[in-house]
Design a protein around this ligand. Sequence first.
Ligand code: PMV
Length: 339
Amino acid sequence: MNPTMMKATSRAHPNIALIKYWGKRNNELILPFTNSLSVTLDNLETVTTVDFSSIYREDLVILNEVELLSNSTSFKIIHHIDLIWDFLMNRPRDIFVKVVSKNNFPTAAGFASSSSGIAALTYATILALHGELSWSQISLLARRGSGSACRSVYGGFVEWHAGKEHDGRDSYATKVHSEYYWPDFRMLVIVLSSQPKYISSREAMAVSVKTSPLFPSWIIRCERDIIDLKKALDLKAFSMLGKIAEENSLAMHAVMEASQPSIIYHTSETQIIISAIQSLRRTGLNCYLTSDAGSNIQIIALHKDISSILESLKQYPFIQKIITCGVGKGVEQIKEDLF
Ligand code: PMV
């Protein structure tokens, strides 16, 4: 990169939590109640170019080829860039910025697009501003844009530490195992709908924290689940890991459903696939499910079982697409800018 230029591009992959983050103790700083643990996926990616230049007459945000004209997404992106600018520069921003970002998968539909989107945006902005930060500082800044994004900074299996401090200085992610740790680990991303979710996870979480009678027990459960899941990971005990992850995800949906008003992301198609996965297991196939805030499902499996699982899912015509992913890398700089 030319040292006088303030332009950079980065690539990040979404992550799917095996132990979910659901509920903030501080909404503004995005501080969770509990630790969460995720796997970063290969094959799905966001690439983002950020360019600060005096040639621009206004801030410009182009997401998946569409220019965002002052909507809540463009506001969120510019606000995040300003936060990073304030952190790195000792003066108010006096130059406009152009951001172009592309996902190779549906946006805001429960595929964790905010995790890769905000991680790529954070890293590209830091690089464009020639910032030199540690990975935990990068993760901490990504967290301020979207909680789950702090985990996509790293590849492999990643833990986000909730932290205890009021200002969030100890709330960032660290790597538990690298992307090379478990080469046979797979996640099948089952696309049932590509429509954006009817309520954002940010809003839905706030409703759960305030109103769900299950929320206090959810916090206790996650503390135990994280410990057990890390044990399963250390032992590469697949069935133990799958069982904990599936039950944790279904418990998160129970927390949402018990909220007032009830938040139900799962559709009848989602329920059919959940039953299908559970009955595949009874026939001896070792596979488990997890599901984020949306109607889609991810199947946790090992490489040797993928073709049998795919074969058995052929009977469900409403499945739009299945993307097989392995464990992916963390955020990285790439040389080819998007413009
Ligand atoms: O970071 P957000 O606001 O996209 O929230 C993510 C919440 C879940 O995807 C449902 C769980 C998680 O830990 O990723």
